[in-house]
Design a protein around this ligand. Structure first.
Ligand code: DGL
Length: 269
């Protein structure tokens, strides 16, 4: 019988965004098996209504559970806004999202000043999930949120040099700068791949925080706490499961991350 701790960790997103979480997990947990699922057929999630996002997340999670994974990481802020406490009651394995108090608390103390910007999708911003977690951790923080959904499909298709991308990114960040932010949370995993550009546009007065790194630390802590760390010292190639647009995933994913995607399958959920 294969022990639970030798089973894979599942990571999912609507597309390439969650690869930023996969990379951070691989850095600190090199011996874990990983299944990465990109539900590109339903991309983007962030402009869909709440009940649809919930339905999509449940479908993906049920599919991943059938693969006998030991943990599910929702590497998508949008899907992390659904009621995870209710969802967790239905599953035996840990399900971790991007906006957990255990994740946000790792970077909230590093903020410079109390003005914090947040960029994310329409669903993430409207859910106020970040507002709720931050309020519980530090009531002095003032959060300025900006819906930057239009950037998501452009990143997913690799069109980050286009004029419409530059214009939209400038528009998102200049509004937050005029609010006087001194910190910025990258509230959509897709934006992890444009952090250098964000930093250049914001300048030295704004500290940028990417939750992908902090989620990875929480994943490690949780696995260790549950006795679920893999005890084999072997490096495994992640398995990539894609629901549509295989070539686009490989091309844009490689452009953004340099990953090779050697073990990739097109699937139906
Ligand atoms: N990468 C996702 C997020 O963090 C989803 C973007 C989308 O599908 O709209 O929100």
């Amino acid at each position: 019988m294969i022990l639970k701790r030798h089973e894979p960790i599942a990571i999912f997103d609507s597309g390439i965004g969650g690869l930023s979480v996969l990379i951070e997990i691989k850095k600190i947990l090199p011996y874990e098996k990983i299944i990465y699922l990109a539900d590109k057929k339903k991309h983007p999630f962030g402009t869909r209504p709440k009940d649809e996002i919930e339905k999509i997340a449940y479908e993906i999670i049920n599919f991943l559970i059938s693969k006998n994974v030991k943990m599910i990481v929702i590497a998508c802020n949008t899907a992390s806004t659904i009621k995870l406490d209710d969802l967790r009651k239905e599953y035996e394995i840990p399900v971790i999202g991007m906006i957990e108090p255990e994740v946000v608390s790792q970077y909230i103390n590093k903020f410079r000043g109390n003005s914090v910007g947040l960029i994310g999708t329409t669903a993430t911003i409207n859910s106020q999930a970040y507002d709720d977690v931050i309020k519980k951790l530090n009531t002095d923080i003032k959060l300025y949120s900006k819906d930057c959904s239009k950037l998501v499909p452009l990143i997913e298709t690799g069109k980050i040099e286009s004029d419409s991308f530059k214009e939209e990114l400038n528009n998102c960040l200049s509004l937050l700068l005029s609010d006087g932010i001194t910190n910025l949370i990258i509230g959509c995993t897709h934006f992890s791949f444009i952090i250098e550009r964000i930093n250049d546009l914001l300048g030295n007065n704004v500290n940028v925080f990417n939750p992908s790194r902090f989620v990875a630390h929480y994943v490690k802590e949780k696995l260790s706490h549950e006795g679920l760390l893999n005890s084999f010292r072997e490096i495994y190639e992640p398995e990539y499961l894609i629901t549509s647009k295989r070539d686009e995933f490989i091309n844009t994913g490689h452009k953004m991350t340099s990953l090779a995607f050697k073990n990739l399958k097109l699937i139906t959920i």
